[in-house]
Write a new protein. Structure first.
Length: 100
C-alpha cells in the first residue's frame, strides 16, 4: 500500500513539474497608439468658438491653452497645461466634452 501511494505521489509530482515547464508564454502583440492628430489642423486660440472657450474656463479654470486644433467635423482638440501637468482634451463646437 505504501508503494502505491508513494508511486502515485511521484507520478503526480513529476506531471506537475513537466506541466509547469511546458507552459508557453502567450505573448500578445502590443498595441501602440498614435496621437490623435489625424484630420486636425492647428488654429489660433482667438479662433475658438465662444462656447468652447467658456467650457474650458468653466471646467479647467487654472488651465493655460497651449495649442488648439479643429477637424472637418468641427471637433476641437485642445492641448492644455495646468501647473506642471499637461493634457489633451476634446470638445465639440457647443463646448461638450468628447472622449477619444
Amino acid at each position: 500500500m505504501k508503494k502505491v501511494i508513494l508511486t502515485a505521489a511521484i507520478l503526480l509530482g513529476g506531471l506537475s513539474t513537466i506541466n509547469a515547464q511546458a507552459q508557453q508564454e502567450n505573448a500578445s502583440p502590443t498595441e501602440q497608439t498614435a496621437p490623435v492628430t489625424e484630420g486636425y489642423t492647428e488654429i489660433k486660440a482667438e479662433d475658438l468658438p465662444t462656447a468652447v472657450a467658456e467650457a474650458l474656463k468653466k471646467s479647467y479654470p487654472d488651465a493655460v491653452l497651449s495649442k488648439a486644433y479643429v477637424n472637418e467635423k468641427k471637433e476641437y482638440k485642445l492641448e492644455i497645461a495646468v501647473k506642471d501637468q499637461s493634457a489633451t482634451v476634446f470638445t465639440d463646437v457647443d463646448g461638450n466634452w468628447l472622449k477619444k
